[in-house]
Design a protein around this ligand. Sequence first.
Ligand code: IMP
Length: 179
Amino acid sequence: MTIRFVTSNAGKVREAREYLDDDVEQINYDYTEVQSDDLGEIAVTGAKEAFAETGGDDPVVVDDAGLFVDALGGFPGPYSSYVEDTVGVERVWNLVEREENRRAHFRCVVAYYDGETAETFDGAVPGRIVAPRGEGGFGYDPIFEHEGETMAEMSTERKNAISHRGRALAKFADWLTEN
Ligand code: IMP
C-alpha cells in the first residue's frame, strides 16, 4: 500500500517516511481549509476532498498543526499559518509577554481517509512562550520553549523526537500496523 501525503512541504513527507513502513508519496493538492477551531475537522474535510479530487485508490493523509496559547484562548490555533504571515511571530510574543501565564502547546492532527474509513491521530507538545531565541526550525519555533530550550535551539533529531507532528505520526504508524 502507498500512503499519499497531501502537502506542498517535502519536509513533512520526509518526516512521515521515518515513522511509516508503507511507501509515502507526496501529492501537491491544495485542499480547502474549512473555517473551524477544530484541527481534526479541517484535516478530515481536506483528506476527503483530496481523495475525491485526485482520483487515486490509495489512502490519503492530511496533517494540520498549530500553536495554541492559553492566555489568548487558544489563539492562533488553526489560524497559525495566517497569523504568522500577517501579525508575525515577534508580535505574537508581544501579545503574551505581559501575561503571567505563558503556557502554550503545539498540536497536530493527522487525518487518514481511504474512501470508507476516516481516522484522526493527535499529537501535542507542551511549552511556554518566551522572547525569541535560536536560529533553527521554522514558524513559531523561536518563541516556543520546551524543557529549557526553544524549538529553534534544538537539533532536528531532538525536535522530531518530542514534536506534536512526531507524536501524531507515531500513533498513526501504530494504527496502520494493527490494521
Ligand atoms: P501546518 O498545518 O503544519 O502547515 O502548520 C500550520 C502553521 O502552524 C505553520 O505555518 C506554523 O506557523 C505553525 N506550526 C506548525 N508546526 C510548527 C512547528 O513545529 N514549529 C513552529 N511552528 C509550527
